[in-house]
Every structure is written in structure tokens, then in C-alpha cells.
Ligand binder design. Structure first.
Ligand code: HXC
Length: 286
């Protein structure tokens, strides 16, 4: 049973996957302590993986770690800024040394905010492109030798749907995510001989705290502010704007990551999976 604002019956959804499906596997989830990343960390841990959550802000990881541990999950946390390739390499090598392998990388860390392209500062542009695109490349490159040496691995990166059309005031994020799509396809082909499957997910509207913050447009911008709407308006948006009639939840995204991380995804690489209840297809051109 789902409600219009994205709540799911997590217990019934979790039972879709066989317990122990990812036993013995190690998964690194960037931005893994909050929002969609947390939902992914929780599900991969529930399925038996040792999850390493990475975040720039260690405080973001503590509550998540305690939560996963309290349910019997294997979890650790590492402080990491995905924009720093040396830091990324050191963290990834440290995880491999400590846990013996890295089977799954989830490139979930992202930064975003609405800002007019005409006045976006070079540093603002750089911050978002570096987190979303460079960070995805640095983390993928860092796990490559480990996955190649162990005979394979799975990388799942995070894209979006907003660059399928023009999306005012999101030049930085849409350009970066288009790059993530291209990178996904290229790495998939380049690393297939090493049995590293590379795919991406493109989440639709999921009202996590980070997304609400990033997607609240300036008041005078003329861009509709669906997240800031009162609950009744959110329900109305779900009814009118999302063909499947409800907002998404982190678990909706985590389910696809678990599928791709499992042997069910064994012949899938270079694909970008839109998970949005049909939203972008139905959106009126802006
Ligand atoms: C204009 C802004 C801005 C804003 C920051 N900047 N916010 N410019 N409008 N709202 C500018 C700053 O002025 C600065 O430029 C530059 O960006 C860097 O800002 P810092 O705060 O110094 O950077 P940093 O601390 O590194 O933070 C990075 C960040 C931040 C991207 C700016 O928002 C962040 O860390 N976000 C992570 C969380 C997040 O955004 N999650 C949402 C992901 S949702 P100057 O020139 O002044 O130095 C998502 C959507 C998925 O990705 C798809 C759903 C449909």
C-alpha cells in the first residue's frame, strides 16, 4: 500500500528479494547516509552486503550507521569528498584492504540547486559538475583495479531525467548528469571484458530533505515549486503529474539498485533506468 506522498510499505517490498542475496559482498555507497543513498544502504545491508557509506559530513553517517547496525546489518562509514581524486583513491584502497574486496559501487553523492545560468558563478558551476560528474568518474576509476582483479563488479551511478528536456536554472546539474549518462555507456563497453557492469538510475521526484532543498526555486523565478507545496498540493501534484499517482520513496530506487547488484542483472550493462512513476514522459513541455 502506498500513499500519495511516497510512503511505501517497506516490509512487503523488502520481501521481494531473497534474504542473504548479497551475503559476502561489499558495497560502497557515496552519499550513503541520507535520502536516497540511505535507502540504498539500508536495502543492500538487509540483503547481506557489508555496506560502506561515504559522505563529506561524518555527522550524516552516524545515525544511519546506528540504524543499520541495530537491524543486524554490516556497515561502516568513511569520510570522503568525491571531488578529490586522491582522497577517493585512498578511501577505496583502504576499504579493499580492510574488507578484501569491493563488489558494488553506488555513485549516489550529488549536489544541486536552482540558479540562473546568466549569473551562475564559475565556482558554483564547478561545485556541482565536480560532485556529480567528476566524482562519479573518480570513484569508478578507483574501484576499477579492485573489481578487475577480483573478476568483476557492478557500478550503479545516479542520473536524472531533467536533461531530457531543457530545465531552466539547472544548467550545471543537467550538463553533469548528461555526462554521467555518457560515462555510463562508455565505461560499460570499455570494462565489459573485466566483467564490470556499469549502469545508471534516473530517479524521479522523491521528496527527501536534500531534494527539497535543492529543488526549491527562487520565489521570483516562475519555476513551479512542487516540493514547497503543502501536503494537499503535493498529493494533487502526484495525482496530476505522476501517472502512477504517487511520489517516489528511497526504497523505490533501492529496489533497482539491488536488482542490478544481484545476479538478476547479469546481462545488463550500459543501461539508464528511469524510476519515476512515468513522470517525465507525462510532463508538459516547459
Ligand atoms: C547559487 C550557489 C547556491 C545557490 C551554492 N552556490 N548554493 N549559487 N545559488 N543556491 C555557490 C556558492 O555561492 C559557491 O560559489 C559555490 O556554489 C560553492 O558553494 P559552497 O557552499 O562553498 O560549496 P560546497 O560546500 O562544496 O557545497 C556544494 C553544493 C551544496 C553543491 C553547493 O549544495 C551541496 O553540498 N549539496 C549537497 C547536497 C545536495 O545538494 N543534495 C541534493 C541532491 S538532489 P561562489 O562563487 O560564491 O564561491 C539531486 C536531484 C536528483 O541531485 C534528481 C531529482 C529529480
Amino acid at each position: 500500500m502506498n500513499d500519495a506522498t511516497g510512503g511505501s510499505d517497506l516490509a512487503s517490498v523488502a520481501s521481494i528479494f531473497r534474504p542473504g542475496l548479497l551475503d559476502g559482498q561489499v558495497a560502497l555507497v557515496t552519499g550513503g547516509g541520507t535520502g536516497i543513498g540511505l535507502g540504498i544502504s539500508q536495502l543492500l545491508a538487509e540483503l547481506g552486503a557489508h555496506v560502506v557509506m561515504a559522505s563529506r559530513k561524518p555527522a550524516n553517517l552516524e545515525a544511519a550507521r546506528a540504524d543499520i547496525e541495530s537491524r543486524g546489518g554490516k556497515v561502516s562509514a568513511v569520510q570522503l569528498d568525491v571531488r578529490d581524486p586522491e582522497q577517493v583513491k585512498a578511501a577505496v584502497d583502504g576499504i579493499a584492504q580492510q574488507l578484501g574486496r569491493i563488489d558494488v559501487l553506488v555513485n549516489n553523492a550529488a549536489g544541486n540547486f536552482y540558479a540562473p545560468s546568466a549569473t551562475l558563478s564559475p565556482n558554483a558551476w564547478k561545485s556541482v559538475v565536480e560532485i556529480d560528474l567528476y566524482g562519479t568518474f573518480y570513484c569508478s576509476q578507483a574501484v576499477y583495479p579492485i573489481m578487475a582483479a577480483q573478476g568483476g563488479g557492478r557500478i550503479v551511478s545516479t542520473s536524472m531525467t531533467l536533461h531530457y528536456r531543457g530545465w531552466p536554472m539547472m544548467a550545471h546539474a543537467t550538463a553533469a548528469k548528461a555526462g554521467v549518462d555518457a560515462l555510463t555507456r562508455t565505461l560499460a563497453v570499455e570494462w565489459a571484458p573485466q566483467r564490470i557492469r556499469v549502469n545508471a538510475i534516473a530517479p524521479g521526484p522523491i521528496p527527501t530533505e536534500g531534494v527539497r532543498k535543492a529543488f526549491t526555486p527562487p520565489a521570483d523565478s516562475g519555476v513551479p515549486d512542487v516540493f514547497a507545496a503543502a501536503d494537499a498540493r503535493m498529493a494533487e501534484y502526484a495525482k496530476k503529474g505522476i501517472p502512477l499517482g504517487r511520489w517516489g520513496s528511497p526504497r523505490d530506487i533501492a529496489n533497482m539498485v539491488a536488482f542490478l547488484a544481484s545476479p538478476a542483472g547479469d546481462w545488463i550493462t550500459g543501461s539508464i533506468f528511469v524510476i519515476d512513476g512515468g513522470e517525465w514522459l507525462a510532463k508538459a513541455p516547459s
